[in-house]
Design a protein around this ligand. Sequence first.
Ligand code: HEC
Ligand code: HEC
Ligand code: HEC
Ligand code: HEC
Ligand code: HEC
Length: 234
Amino acid sequence: MPSLFPRWMNTLPTVVGILGAGAAAAVIGGVWYYFTPSYWEVGYMPVQPGTFELTSGFNHQIHAGKLGIDCLYCHTHVESSSHSNVPPVATCYGCHAENRMKLPEDKKVEFIRTAYANNEPIPWKEVHILPDYVQFPHLVHVNAGVSCFSCHGQVTTMPVVSQQKSLSMSWCLDCHRNPEPNLVPREKVTDLFWVETDWMSKPVAERAYEGITAEILAESLMREPPEHCAACHY
Ligand code: HEC
Ligand code: HEC
Ligand code: HEC
Ligand code: HEC
Ligand code: HEC
């Protein structure tokens, strides 16, 4: 794995030797800061674009919760690509175009119409960010029956999405060593409410849905989740 660390780090010991102890502290501080930016933290919740007094221009509690729109309606790549995606303005506009919907407060969705008219994307800020040297294939997980719930929490009740898990290496490996408690029937992957209340709330041995048990799901995994370094690091 030659590219695990940036190349400049090879020269660190020399630099430290030349500059002495005071500078060493500064360099270590710099490295520390470099590796732990605030966006790798549980609870990370960047300020999202939008308008008005809304905390965010998009509310999952309303759309995915109250209205019950399926995650895949907007996150169309989740089960087909190694990268997930947020929807283009056109997806929002489909429901929020002037004449299609009489929302009580039209001003709250005006930014959608403006973006659409100007052919510009809405600049949503990324919430979940992994370092570049980590490879995370989104589709493999979703297709294996790992619910969004296990990695993103109960999104259907979130007015604003925030990071729920550490996304650390040990977080990945804990599940890879024992995936069974996190597997759900494939067609229930995006039914987060059901996953939390009807499946995860029961002991693993008692989980059953139309003849499918947690044990059957674990046995039918195509591959063992990997633990060797090269699986996740190039
Ligand atoms: C109507 C469209 C829509 C639906 C339905 C929807 N989302 Fe989203 N989602 C968005 C938009 C827009 C964003 C970007 C703004 C934000 O982060 O709130 C987003 C962001 C996210 C993020 C954060 C992504 C990041 O930047 O790391 C997660 C996780 C997420 N959605 C999960 C879900 C899950 C799980 C469901 C189903 C329960 C769902 N979404 C349903 C539109 C949607
Ligand atoms: C399938 C239809 C549909 C889609 C797609 C959709 N919305 Fe909505 N949206 C609604 C409905 C219906 C409401 C009103 C819900 C209510 O007031 O209970 C709403 C309400 C809103 C509001 C006002 C919410 C508030 O907090 O008062 C905003 C802002 C909004 N949507 C933004 C978006 C954005 C951004 C997207 C695209 C990522 C989007 N919507 C996609 C149907 C949709
Ligand atoms: C095994 C854990 C796991 C599962 C299961 C999972 N995700 Fe993610 N998701 C992640 C991680 C980790 C990232 C950050 C990826 C990166 O930075 O490369 C992410 C990123 C995202 C993003 C951000 C994409 C972007 O362009 O900003 C969205 C949206 C998302 N996930 C939605 C979902 C939805 C919807 C589901 C369920 C269908 C789901 N995820 C299931 C771990 C997971
Ligand atoms: C909640 C459980 C869970 C978490 C968390 C999780 N994984 Fe996985 N992962 C799985 C399962 C299950 C598989 C096996 C899927 C299969 O092969 O059918 C897997 C497979 C993989 C694979 C192999 C893909 C392939 O093509 O064979 C990679 C790479 C991977 N995970 C990376 C990660 C990384 C990186 C993280 C942390 C950021 C992570 N995973 C977090 C459950 C998880
Ligand atoms: C299942 C996926 C996965 C596997 C397997 C894996 N890593 Fe990681 N590794 C990660 C993730 C995710 C991070 C990022 C952690 C963070 O940002 O906090 C990481 C970070 C690192 C770092 C950066 C320092 C740190 O702790 O943040 C090193 C070094 C590293 N891994 C080495 C290894 C070695 C050596 C192996 C094999 C023994 C290995 N990794 C196997 C997912 C994995």
